[in-house]
Design a protein around this ligand. Sequence first.
Ligand code: NAG
Ligand code: NAG
Ligand code: NAG
Ligand code: NAG
Length: 337
Amino acid sequence: MKGLLATINMAKMLLTLFGLLILHQDVVEATYTMNETCAYYTGYIANPTNCKGWGACEDGVLKATGNCSDGYLYDSKKGICNYASKVQCATSAQNICENSDDNTLVAQPSDCTQYCYCKNKTIMGCTKCPNNQLFNPSSGTCVNTYTCPADSICRLIPNNKFAGSETCGNYLRCLDGSGTEGSCSTGFFNALTGKCQSTNPCSTVNTNTLAPDTSICSGYTETSGPQYFADDSTCYGYYTCESTTGTGIWRSCPYTLNFDGTISTCVQANQVKCLKNRCANINLTFVTDPSSSCKKYYYCSDGQQSSTSTSCPTNAPYFDEVLQACVPTVPSYPICS
Ligand SMILES: *[C@@H]1O[C@H](CO)[C@@H](O)[C@H](O)[C@H]1NC(C)=O
Ligand SMILES: *[C@@H]1O[C@H](CO)[C@@H](O)[C@H](O)[C@H]1NC(C)=O
Ligand SMILES: *[C@@H]1O[C@H](CO)[C@@H](O)[C@H](O)[C@H]1NC(C)=O
Ligand SMILES: *[C@@H]1O[C@H](CO)[C@@H](O)[C@H](O)[C@H]1NC(C)=O
């Protein structure tokens, strides 16, 4: 099965082989919500939970949502409500099946290694492509190379529109749900205006240094040598004290590490249940919400975590910060306990 069979033949063949398709949903990728997409784009976007739905992004947040009228679906590639027969919906597989003919194979929009089989407007089952291949919904086959839109900012954005990149100051040119990164010929891309400008619109991440603290060292209990105290505003900073009457000097843990006050050491971020902004000193797109027993995750933009955290889906209820994905079993990191 090299991915060259026609859609319907492949579905029939799988049905004959296994009697029923296997429901196989190991890992569901964390994907951008509408609100998260709005941090990078101004204009209309698709609603990932509803084939008719659209959202309007302005000033970095979702300002309005709506549905296309009956007979129309939101065409995420064109950015308009279009005749249902002309739209390949980019939302959940169930949503796609509701708008697909019998015996079609459709992509599992949140996981490019999976595809689902539709009949009678319902998902009959989902399965994984063999040999780590990816499902290309245009050809309806499993292929070796395919740019997966599931984890792209462009997933909900129309074709040939420009969105901000995670590398702040660069842009993504969106096409079929995936982006090609580029930079302005002069200046920096501003995601909220969609234009290049001469000044860098990106807030500087983690270059802040906290002022010396004159009271924190009263907690010093050593007989000699330095003692370290967590600061109360970051997950990654701490004060160094040399005596009870000294002044605490602020320092940052190395990039990607957080400070564990209980052992006075910088450790991997997933070892510390820090309830402050966890996006600041780390190179991750999504971080665990430590108050959720690893059932929710935040999204990071410019070193800031989103104002609210998002739940993992019920079939993969735990967020794995290292895999950057929702998984079926609780990860063993201390942050999950
Ligand atoms: C989007 O984000 C804004 C600002 O963070 C918040 O007020 C609003 O409730 C969010 N909307 C949704 C649908 O999550
Ligand atoms: C759009 O339709 C969905 C599904 O029918 C519904 O849940 C949602 O409330 C509608 N949204 C608006 C803005 O009408
Ligand atoms: C198709 O789905 C409808 C509504 O759920 C159901 O009434 C009908 O029996 C189904 N038909 C077949 C052939 O499964
Ligand atoms: C983030 O991590 C990835 C993979 O570990 C690495 O390739 C990339 O250069 C890192 N980016 C920064 C800004 O450190």
